[in-house]
Design a protein around this ligand. Structure first.
Ligand code: SF4
Length: 100
């Protein structure tokens, strides 16, 4: 005697195949720019992107201007209260952060 076969239930709803939008990040290297005239020296970016930002005479500077992609850098640009940090795709110049 064979096992009873499972009957097919109601068809599963079709899967949503809409592509997930890519975050505004680039796989290439990124350039960090700091407008030192706008920087208020809060140090918030040092807490957010400690490996990439430092204070110099009370204003932020990138440790290195061109870096491998690291979301802490775009987070720093997004959370800077003075909007003093801009992160660009180093190859194209496209602004990756802050988000407009
Ligand atoms: S968070 Fe913005 S204002 Fe504060 S130190 Fe960094 S760049 Fe300057």
């Amino acid at each position: 005697m064979s096992e009873p076969r499972a009957t097919a239930g109601p068809e599963a709803p079709p899967r949503d195949r809409t592509p997930t939008p890519e975050p505004a990040v680039s796989a290439g290297r990124w350039r960090i720019e700091v407008n030192r005239n706008a920087c208020a020296g809060t140090g918030i970016c040092l807490g957010t992107a400690a490996r990439h930002m430092r204070l110099d005479n009370g204003r932020a500077r990138p440790v290195e201007e061109v870096v491998d992609p690291d979301l802490s850098v775009t987070d720093a640009a997004d959370t800077c209260p003075m909007e003093a940090i801009t992160v660009r795709d180093a190859a194209t110049g496209e602004i990756l952060a802050p988000k407009l």
